[in-house]
Design a protein around this ligand. Structure first.
Ligand code: G3P
Length: 181
């Protein structure tokens, strides 16, 4: 969604700016906070919708829903139409985990907000908050498939943030609110 918004509204390729990512955070750097929120909500909904449709169609197996959730995030991260150069999967993962167990996703969101407010690094907040979701799922007694899937999504998110991790360690990571040049 981030790629499309910047392409349609600005006529430009978001991947040339900021972190080069197509996600909400980078859209915020290029287009401002309102667009970032819109893209974030869209990407969360996209992840949730895939599982909602499956449920409406009668899929109730946690194993199948977990697999579908992982596939939805992989589709966001490696889209064929962008030559497999997609996003980092944070918002989409939260949408998927919301459909696994809403409270686990909401608590992950609270963790995200707290880490982001304290550190002002969205990337750090994204990695820590997604890593917290298997813990919430375990505490709530969710099906093991959901715990395994959310652990994989957290792992995938951390791998996708390798450049952010390097910048965090070097002290050069972008802080929230900074505009892209
Ligand atoms: O959701 C992606 C976020 O965690 C980091 O985005 O643009 O700073 O790499 P960015």
């Amino acid at each position: 969604m981030g790629y499309l918004v910047v392409k349609l509204v600005k006529g430009d390729d978001i991947r040339k700016y900021g972190s080069g990512n197509i996600g909400a955070t980078n859209v915020g750097r290029v287009m401002g906070k309102k667009w970032a929120i819109a893209v974030g909500i869209f990407d969360i909904t996209k992840g949730g919708l895939a599982l909602l449709i499956a449920r409406v169609l009668g899929v109730s197996s946690p194993q199948l829903l977990s697999l579908l959730g992982v596939v939805a995030v992989l589709g966001h991260n490696f889209p064929v139409w962008l030559k497999f150069k997609g996003g980092k999967g944070v918002a989409t993962s939260f949408g998927v985990i919301f459909m696994f167990y809403p409270l686990a996703s909401i608590l992950g969101g609270v963790v995200w907000y707290c880490v982001m407010k304290v550190s002002r690094y969205v990337s750090l907040a994204s990695m820590i908050s997604l890593a917290s979701t298997p813990i919430w799922l375990k505490l709530f007694g969710a099906d093991i498939s959901y715990i395994v899937a959310s652990s994989f999504l957290a792992f995938l998110t951390i791998v996708r943030h390798h450049a952010n991790i390097r910048r965090l360690l070097a002290g050069t990571e972008h802080k929230v609110g900074e505009r892209a040049t």
